[in-house]
Write a protein that binds this ligand. Structure first.
Ligand SMILES: CCNC(=O)c1c(-c2ccccc2)csc1NC(=O)CNCCc1c[nH]c2ccccc12
Length: 327
């Protein structure tokens, strides 16, 4: 059946956590449409590492089964990562249930995850071809759930500093306004990848031909990481915006009025509200603010939580498409 859970932004909308029940144990996880491993803090980790975290205890689950000889090791572009061994258990997300889901039990986690005590791990929702389990690659929760969901979809409704929703198996049209604009997804990369070739600033004339012209929908990345041409075009319209090498990105006066960004999603222009591009102050006085839109040289571009705060997104695993609408 379908499943729906509330998600909650951590302070500063850095990440969005939602409850997942694994073998009867409910833990808060980071739902990540930009990766494909479900890994958890668990009782194999040292008490130091576990300090402050919830932890999954496989010994307490009557449905846990070890996958002998299976391991995982994942690293993310920000240099963080996790590694460990693997078992299976029953996973229930708001009523949507999968038995025999691969549960990757970290025995090693990088510092940024250790200090992030509200998160018990990640639940990857990209395509299973990116899963890192060896010797036998494992499927994501969504992949395993597809056949049993009323509709082969999951949706992300992320809000600024407010509770939102992750839903599996249904599209709740009360969560967005107007029709969903659907675009085909190119699954070759293993991400929810689509064409994004143009942008406009504050309703101005659209640019054309953004280099690479591809982007992914990634709930696991905090910011919106776009091509330099998009970033330059946007911040050229923001008084006092500078590339601040010290803090590692574009900053501007917190008092600046930020224009909306219109960005191409498979031929339809989606809007990212200017307010959501004012991500956070970088100083105690709240004078200088860090942009939610930053440049990346990697391709494809990464439309993270900043994008989702203005746009409801439906991920259709039945026909590999994305539906986007303002919310
Ligand atoms: C900055 C995080 N994002 C990435 O590294 C990333 C990249 C990527 C690749 C190279 C350079 C920069 C970014 C491509 S797709 C992609 N997306 C993901 O990897 C999605 N999963 C991020 C999980 C993640 C990494 N660090 C965290 C810290 C807190 C919560 C979650 C995380």
């Amino acid at each position: 059946g379908a499943g729906s859970v509330a998600n909650t932004p951590e302070a500063g909308d850095v990440e969005y956590l939602a409850p997942v029940t694994i073998g009867g144990q409910t833990v808060n996880m980071d739902f990540d449409s930009g990766s494909s491993d479900l890994w958890v803090f668990n009782t194999q980790l040292s008490l130091n590492t576990l300090s402050g975290h919830m932890a999954y205890n496989p010994a307490q689950s009557s449905t846990f089964q070890l996958l002998p000889g299976s391991t995982f090791s994942i690293s993310y572009g920000d240099g963080s990562g996790a590694a460990g061994n693997v078992g299976t258990d029953t996973v229930n997300i708001g009523g949507a249930t999968v038995t025999g889901q691969a549960i990757e039990l970290a025995t090693d986690v990088s510092t940024s995850f250790v200090t992030d005590t509200q998160s018990t791990g990640l639940i990857g929702l990209a395509f299973s071809k990116l899963n890192t389990v060896k010797p036998v690659q494992q499927k994501t929760f969504f992949d395993n759930a597809l056949a049993t969901l009323p509709e082969p979809v999951f949706t992300a409704d992320l809000r600024h500093n407010a509770a939102g929703t992750y839903e599996f198996g249904a599209i709740d049209s009360t969560k967005f306004s107007g029709p969903l604009a659907w675009t085909p997804v190119n699954t070759t990369s293993g991400f929810w990848q689509f064409t994004s070739q143009a942008f406009a600033v504050g309703g101005g004339a659209p640019s054309t031909s953004v280099p690479g012209g591809q982007a992914i929908a990634d709930t696991g990345t905090t910011l919106m990481l776009a091509d330099q041409s998009v970033v330059d075009g946007y911040y050229s319209q923001v008084q006092g915006a500078v590339n601040n090498a010290t803090v590692g990105g574009v900053t501007f006066p917190c008092s600046a009025t930020l224009p909306d960004l219109q960005i191409d999603v498979g031929g339809t222009m989606a809007t990212v509200r200017g307010d959501d591009i004012n991500f956070a102050p970088v100083d105690q006085t709240g004078t200088t603010c860090f942009g939610g839109l930053q440049a990346t040289t990697v391709q494809p571009q990464i439309y993270g939580d900043i994008f989702f705060k203005s746009n409801f997104v439906a991920f259709n695993g039945g026909n590999n498409s994305l539906g986007v609408a303002p919310h």
